[in-house]
Design a protein around this ligand. Structure first.
Ligand SMILES: Nc1nc2c(ncn2[C@@H]2O[C@H](COP(=O)(O)OP(=O)(O)O)[C@@H](O)[C@H]2O)c(=O)[nH]1
Ligand SMILES: [Mg+2]
Length: 380
């Protein structure tokens, strides 16, 4: 009897190897994640432990059968292979029809795998691995890098002469929704929320400049950030330069009165940034959105944040509001992978990307191609 271990990227791949070498009568004794780390890129693989009675059935009879009187202990079982031999002997005791059922299940699995392998043949060799390595280097979260690379293996289309950068951009772009910038088809009220220093006030100034100077719309700025010294001065400076009114709302309840006093096509409301653990702030966001009758809530998140913090912060701040995202400071992030991983995990609409401190220029509508190229080429 032969008992052998086969390792592959997936359990199916390991099985095919086993089938090729040991033939179709081979029986799986165990399967699971490989313990060693030989598979460098993917880091983990799968292994199956397989037995066959080739070359001689005589060996079967020599396989050790555990003594039912003395339960096996770790000391008795010196290796995985030894366990396998024991298990194989036990398998022999199964009814023949049970064994053939097991074999037919394995064969079904292998047939499915053969079909999958046919499709894989169309992919340039090693492209999925190259894409995976690229994504990891760009600091895309490991789970997303793995998933995107696997999708590349699963897909039927593999355009010829596509460069690696183009492949990376294509698979990321396919996951991103069309951009969702502020709609000014009718008068609108927009509240910006986000952690401290994430770029709310600067982004408001950029948006105000665009709507007022380029789109020739009437714009009203309201700030509810009365917590920080100089916060009001900050936004006031922009309002004066742009020539748009700015009002300070000491309480959310003041907002409707202010809106009545300054009817405008676009009302942009600035908020203070607090720790997401600050319960009062979370409640205040809700109250501001309600009093302002806001049509849109934009959450600014810096690209310099880690993906996990980004996702957690987004969930905490957004609560159940219909939030659109604005990824700020992409010019400061050495790699775009963290932000893209967070975007992919959240799946929320992305409105804008900001890439500098400059008002009004450093903001753009977040087209999937733009974001994808950021990862693929490190440029916009
Ligand atoms: N590099 C870079 N800096 C930015 C960007 N957006 C905002 N900032 C800077 O980040 C700092 C905090 O911005 P601010 O608008 O005050 O954040 P707020 O606390 O959320 O209102 C300021 O120094 C801004 O100039 C950006 O896209 N890129
Ligand atoms: Mg601010």
């Amino acid at each position: 009897m032969i008992v052998k271990r086969y390792t592959g990227k997936t359990a199916e791949e390991a099985l095919v190897l086993a089938k090729w070498e040991l033939g179709e009568d081979a029986i799986i004794l165990s399967s699971g994640k490989a313990r060693d780390r030989w598979w460098k890129l993917w880091e983990t693989g799968y292994q199956v432990l397989v037995a066959t009675d080739y070359p001689s059935s005589k060996e079967r009879t020599t396989a050790r059968v555990p003594d039912s009187e003395s339960p096996s202990t770790p000391a008795m079982v010196s290796s995985l292979e030894e366990t396998a031999v024991t298990a194989y002997a036990a398998t022999n005791a199964l009814a023949t029809d049970e064994r053939s059922l097991e074999l037919s299940q394995v064969l079904d699995l292998l047939k499915g795998l053969d079909r999958r392998l046919d499709r894989i043949e169309g992919i340039p060799s090693g492209r999925a691995e190259e894409v995976y390595a690229w994504l990891i280097q760009e600091e895309v979260a490991e789970t997303w890098a793995r998933r995107l690379a696997h999708e590349l293996v699963d897909t039927d289309e593999a355009p010829e002469e596509e460069t690696l950068e183009e492949t990376v951009a294509r698979i990321i772009g396919a996951h991103l929704a069309p951009p969702a910038p502020i709609s000014i088809a009718e008068p609108t009220v927009v509240v910006l929320i986000g952690p401290t220093g994430s770029g709310k006030t600067t982004t408001i100034a950029k948006l105000a400049a665009y709507f007022h100077l380029e789109q020739k719309k009437s714009v009203l700025l309201i700030t509810t950030d009365t917590y920080r010294v100089a916060a009001v001065e900050h936004i006031k400076t922009y309002a004066e330069i742009l020539g748009v009114p700015l009002e300070v709302a000491m309480r959310p309840q003041d907002i409707p009165g202010i809106q009545k006093k300054h009817p405008a096509d676009v009302v942009l409301i600035d908020t203070a940034g607090h720790s997401v653990n600050h319960g009062l702030y979370m409640a205040e966001i809700q109250t501001i959105v309600q009093y302002a009758k806001a049509r849109e809530v934009i959450l600014t998140l810096p690209a310099t944040m880690g993906p996990t913090t980004m996702v957690e912060t987004a969930h905490r701040l957004a609560q159940d509001l219909p939030v659109k995202l604005c990824i700020t400071k992409v010019d400061e992030a050495h790699h775009g992978g963290a932000a893209v991983s967070a975007l992919l995990s959240l799946g929320w609409p992305l409105a804008y990307i900001t890439d500098g401190q400059g008002v009004p220029d450093d903001i753009r509508v977040a087209f999937p191609d733009t974001v994808a190229q950021w990862i693929a080429k490190g440029v916009f």
